[in-house]
Design a protein around this ligand. Structure first.
Ligand SMILES: C[C@@]1(CC(=O)O)C2=NC(=C\c3[nH]c(c(CCC(=O)O)c3CC(=O)O)Cc3[nH]c(c(CC(=O)O)c3CCC(=O)O)/C=C3\N/C(=C\2)[C@@H](CCC(=O)O)[C@]3(C)CC(=O)O)/[C@H]1CCC(=O)O
Ligand SMILES: NC(=O)c1ccc[n+]([C@@H]2O[C@H](COP(=O)([O-])OP(=O)(O)OC[C@H]3O[C@@H](n4cnc5c(N)ncnc54)[C@H](O)[C@@H]3O)[C@@H](O)[C@H]2O)c1
Length: 284
């Protein structure tokens, strides 16, 4: 019988983590179509890439990456030669058309305890890639855990369509605000640390996400002086003299007044007004 605790942690999934590869070394074997997509993911995570692939097999996008990022991609016009290639690698990806060679490389990685992904060969993978959305600091990954990668790609499109386009910018501004606040209050844990977390959560809960896109350094300082220092969350209009983003009425009313609904309504009203003006003008 399934208990409450079983429902909290159903097995059979993956550990979805945001792996920090900045400054670490990634070996990519194969630079065809899939390899090119892998390079995009590795560059996006600021990894140092070593790419092994015969020149004639390079995808045009891979060639563009090699030309554009000579300091971040060490490219070798040859095939994988053996265990020495794995020296100091933190992660290994194969994207080649030979499952037998992928298996040999994966065996060597297992001996060296280096996490490895072999494109399209789940039984050889320590981790899978997923369908991925990226907007600045925002990343969303969808995995079907090997059940239906095409469905993952389609789900990604659905999620993408539900985003408004400013989420990444808003998050980077929230990142700046948090960094400034941490500079004022560097405590880790303790009463002040807890107070800082509560204040950050409160402003995130109360301000519509779109408002954060307009934050600049002066506003951040004002927000901290008038808000953090006085233990309250100022409204958007208190800290910003710029006009508010279209579709948001009052930041004190929180996320309910996000632009999701109000922008289409505003467009509809503007469109209807324009049509009425045209009809009236014709009648005259
Ligand atoms: C998400 C994505 C990320 C990426 O690779 O970047 C990804 N596959 C994508 C697309 C895709 N791959 C395939 C199709 C054809 C339609 C179909 O089969 O559904 C399509 C659809 C398409 O191209 O649109 C064929 C395929 N793929 C795998 C097998 C082997 C097998 O299942 O046994 C076969 C059958 C080969 C055959 O039949 O011979 C295996 C894997 N593919 C994975 C990831 C991992 C599981 C992720 C998950 O379950 O969510 C896993 C386990 C290992 C890995 O490669 O990491 C990327 C979409 C990116 C995007 O568009 O956003
Ligand atoms: N996971 C996915 O989304 C997905 C989608 C399509 C295909 N695939 C699979 O990924 C693999 C690669 O697909 P692709 O379209 O990029 O193939 P591709 O043929 O375009 O590229 C493979 C590249 O690997 C190179 N290569 C072969 N052996 C090598 C070796 N020993 N060392 C270095 N380079 C070597 C080839 O020269 C070629 O450039 C295939 O097995 C394919 O079935 C995965």
């Amino acid at each position: 019988m399934q208990t409450e605790i079983d429902k909290l942690a159903p097995g059979g999934g993956s550990l979805m983590i945001a792996w920090q590869l900045k400054g670490k070394r990634a070996l990519l074997v194969g630079g065809g179509e899939v390899g090119a997509s892998r390079i995009g993911h590795l560059l996006g995570a600021d990894a140092h890439i070593t790419l092994l692939c015969p020149e004639k097999g390079l995808h045009p996008t891979t060639k563009d990456y090699i030309a554009k990022y000579p300091n971040r991609i060490a490219y070798y016009d040859r095939r994988f030669t053996g265990p020495a290639e794995l020296h100091k690698m933190d992660i290994v990806l194969t994207a080649i058309d030979s499952p037998a060679t992928s298996r040999e490389i994966v065996d060597l990685c297992r001996q060296a305890k280096i996490p490895v992904n072999a494109a399209d060969i789940p039984e050889l993978c320590d981790f899978y890639f997923g369908a991925h959305i990226r907007d600045g600091p925002l990343q969303i990954m969808i995995s079907s855990n090997g059940n239906g990668p095409r469905i993952s790609a389609l789900m990604k499109e659905k999620v993408q369509a539900s985003l408004e386009g400013y989420e990444g910018l808003a998050l980077s501004k929230i990142g700046q605000l948090r960094a400034e606040l941490k500079e004022r209050v560097p405590e880790i844990g303790g009463p002040l640390g807890r107070k800082r977390m509560k204040w950050m959560s409160k402003i995130c809960n109360e301000w519509p996400l779109i408002d954060f896109t307009l934050l600049d350094s002066a506003m951040i300082q004002k927000l901290l002086d008038e808000g953090w220092e006085k233990d309250r969350v100022p409204t958007f209009t208190e800290v910003c003299s710029k006009p508010r983003p279209l579709g948001v009425e009052d930041s004190s009313k929180g996320h309910r007044f996000g632009s999701n609904l109000l922008i289409p309504i505003a467009h509809f009203v503007a469109g209807a007004a324009l049509m009425a003006a045209v009809i009236l003008a014709r009648r005259r």
